[in-house]
Design a protein around this ligand. Structure first.
Ligand SMILES: Nc1ncnc2c1ncn2[C@@H]1O[C@H](COP(=O)(O)OP(=O)(O)OP(=O)(O)O)[C@@H](O)[C@H]1O
Ligand SMILES: [Mg+2]
Length: 286
C-alpha cells in the first residue's frame, strides 16, 4: 500500500464494520450507522467491499426504491461498491486492488464527514486494507461461542480465555500498521448482536470471556442489539430502526418492538462515541 496515498485518507472518519465470521450482523449494523449519521446531518459515503453478496448495496437500493415508490423523503448515503480481482489474483493484483481502494477512500474522504465500510465475512486482502484504515472498527458478533472463536480461545473445562484467535490477530496487525503509518489509534468496538431476550448461562459466560479478552486485545465491548424479527424485515424496504415510526414509512403498523429497537440503536450509537448528536438531543463525546 502506498504511504502517500494512505496519508490522503483523512478528513472523514472511517468506520469499518468487520468480522471474519459470516452472518454476525455487519451489513445490518453498517446500514444503521450510515442512516444514523445522515440523520445527524453528517455527510456520509458508504462502501461495500462484499462484492459477491452485496447485501449493503442491495439494502441501500431497496431504500431508494421504497422511498420513490411511496413518495418518502428517506436519507440515502453516497454509495459505492468495490469489485476486486477474484480470478486467482496474484500478489500484484491484490496490491493494485488495495491501492485502488485506498485511492477511492481518499477521494470520498475529501467531501464526506464519515465513510462507512462493510466488509465480507471472510479473510481477504481488501478487508485487511480496510481494517488498517479504520478510525473506528465495529465488530458485531452473535451471542455464541462459535462467534467468540474467531476472537479468542477458551479453556474447555473452566471456559476461561486462553488466547487470541485469527481474526483478532489480523485486527492487531491492522492496528499496528495504522499506528506506524498515521500515529493514530483505532477504536475497536465489539458489539454484541442478536442478544437473547432472556438471560442465559451462555450469555453470562460469554460476557465474562469478552471482558477478559477486551483487556488483552484493547477493544470496548458494547451491548448491541437484541434478536428481533424487525431487523430481518427492514432489509426489503431499506429501512432502519431510526426511520419514522409511521405506517406510511414502515409499510406496516409500528409496534413496541420498533420503539424498543430504536432505543437500543440510539444507546448503541452513544456508546460508539462518534461525536454525533443523538436524536434525543444529547451529544455523545467525541
Ligand atoms: N439483531 C438482529 N435480530 C434479528 N436478526 C438479525 C439481527 N441482526 C442481523 N440479523 C439477521 O441476521 C442475518 C445476518 O445479518 P447480516 O447480513 O447483517 O450479517 P453479515 O455479518 O453482514 O453477514 P455476511 O457475513 O454474510 O455478510 C440477516 O438475516 C439479518 O437480517
Ligand atoms: Mg454482510
Amino acid at each position: 500500500m502506498s504511504h502517500d496515498m494512505a496519508a490522503q485518507v483523512r478528513r472523514a472518519r472511517v468506520i469499518v464494520v468487520g468480522n471474519e465470521k459470516g452472518g454476525s450482523g455487519k451489513s445490518t449494523v453498517a446500514m444503521h450507522l450510515a442512516i444514523a449519521l445522515l440523520k445527524s446531518n453528517r455527510t456520509v459515503a458508504t462502501l461495500d467491499l462484499d462484492s459477491r453478496q452485496k447485501t449493503f448495496t442491495h439494502y441501500i437500493e431497496n431504500r431508494h426504491a421504497w422511498a420513490q415508490q411511496n413518495g418518502l423523503d428517506l436519507e440515502i448515503p453516497d454509495h459505492r461498491y468495490f469489485i476486486e480481482n477474484t480470478d486467482h489474483p496474484t500478489a500484484e493484483d491484490e496490491a493494485a486492488d488495495g491501492n485502488a481502494l485506498i485511492a477511492q477512500i481518499g477521494e470520498l474522504a475529501r467531501d464526506h464527514d464519515f465513510i462507512v465500510i462493510d466488509t465480507p465475512g471472510r479473510d481477504c486482502y481488501l478487508a485487511r486494507v480496510a481494517h488498517s484504515l479504520a478510525d473506528t472498527l465495529v465488530t458485531p458478533m452473535n451471542d455464541s461461542f462459535v462467534d467468540f472463536d474467531v476472537l479468542g480461545t477458551v479453556d474447555r473445562a473452566t471456559l476461561g480465555v486462553t488466547g487470541s484467535s485469527h481474526y483478532a490477530q489480523m485486527v492487531e496487525d491492522a492496528r499496528r500498521q495504522r499506528h506506524i503509518r498515521d500515529n493514530a489509534l483505532t477504536d475497536w468496538i465489539v458489539l454484541r448482536n442478536r442478544l437473547a431476550m432472556l438471560a442465559s448461562r451462555n450469555t453470562k459466560t460469554l460476557s465474562q470471556g469478552l471482558d477478559d479478552l477486551s483487556g488483552r486485545l484493547s477493544f470496548r465491548c458494547v451491548e448491541g442489539l437484541a434478536e428481533r424479527v424487525i431487523f430481518r424485515e427492514f432489509f426489503v424496504r431499506g429501512l432502519t430502526a431510526l426511520d419514522a415510526l409511521d405506517a406510511k414509512t414502515l409499510g406496516t403498523r409500528p409496534t413496541l418492538s420498533h420503539v424498543t429497537a430504536r432505543l437500543e440503536v440510539e444507546a448503541l450509537l452513544a456508546a460508539l462515541k462518534l461525536g454525533i448528536a443523538q436524536p434525543g438531543g444529547e451529544l455523545a463525546a467525541a
